[in-house]
Design a protein around this ligand. Structure first.
Ligand code: C5P
Length: 228
């Protein structure tokens, strides 16, 4: 059994515009709907909790999708607060050791095979697992005046993607510990790593992109339209 948690309470300020980026449309529907579709059409996912901004005016009021529960809650000031809120909103009866897949609302091009690989890895690795992609570009460290200080090795470097999958009790402990220590975890694995644990890296598809800029949206449109 596994549930998905989808933090969707961000304002999308980096993207600009009036509509939060998770509600922008690509290939005929909002990015968040693509994300929920991918998660809930997968046999391994039993339901989802979506964390929304308190003043969200765009949520379509979805209560179920693919015959599975869609529960909403109010998110928080940081992504991690929204994930924590979603975790607390899981319905009674969902077990303490259920596997939770945390997935960005603005990551619409998730494929079933990546979900399957992630769930398999998280079932065998007690520290959880995340989808990730190896860094392909040469990395430069900037110095004064935006001049190159040095080239960093990309050996062993990965870009963290989502979903990221952890047992419920571990994720709760990790997020609560980061919050108590005033650490803003930018992904769930970071909070888990702080406990001295080592989640598994599962190589995922490079095109599981997070929409952050207008160029990302154009690419998402292309990728999603090609799948339709
Ligand atoms: O801003 P960023 O792209 O890192 O956001 C990743 C995901 O986290 C988005 O789906 C966004 O809506 C969500 N988020 C949230 N609560 C926040 C900030 C971001 O749910 N306070």
């Amino acid at each position: 059994m596994s549930w998905a948690l989808v933090p969707a309470a961000g304002s999308g300020r980096r993207f600009g515009g009036e509509v939060p980026k998770q509600y922008l449309c690509a290939a005929g529907k909002p990015l968040i709907e693509h994300a929920l579709d991918a998660l809930l059409s997968h046999a391994g996912v039993d339901g989802v909790v979506v964390a929304l901004a308190a003043d969200d005016a765009h949520w379509p009021g979805l209560a179920s999708f693919h015959g599975k529960s869609v529960i909403t809650c109010i998110g928080g000031g940081e992504r991690a607060d929204s994930v924590l809120a979603a975790l607390h909103a899981l319905p009674a009866g969902v077990s303490k050791d259920v596997l939770l897949l945390v997935h960005d609302a603005a990551r619409p091009n998730l494929h079933a095979d990546d979900i399957r690989k992630l769930i398999e890895a998280a079932k065998t690795c007690p520290d959880g697992a995340i989808l990730a992609a190896p860094v392909r570009d040469t990395l430069k460290r900037s110095g004064a005046g935006a001049r190159i200080a040095r080239t960093e090795s990309r050996d062993g470097l990965w870009r963290a993607l989502t979903p990221q999958a952890f047992r419920r009790d571990l994720l709760l402990r990790a997020l609560q510990s980061a919050k108590a220590d005033g650490v803003v975890a930018t992904d769930e694995a970071m909070a888990v790593e702080r406990l001295g644990l080592h989640p598994a890296l599962v190589e995922g598809r490079e095109d599981n992109l997070k929409v952050t800029t207008p160029a990302d949206l154009a690419l998402a449109e292309f990728l999603l339209a090609r799948r339709a």
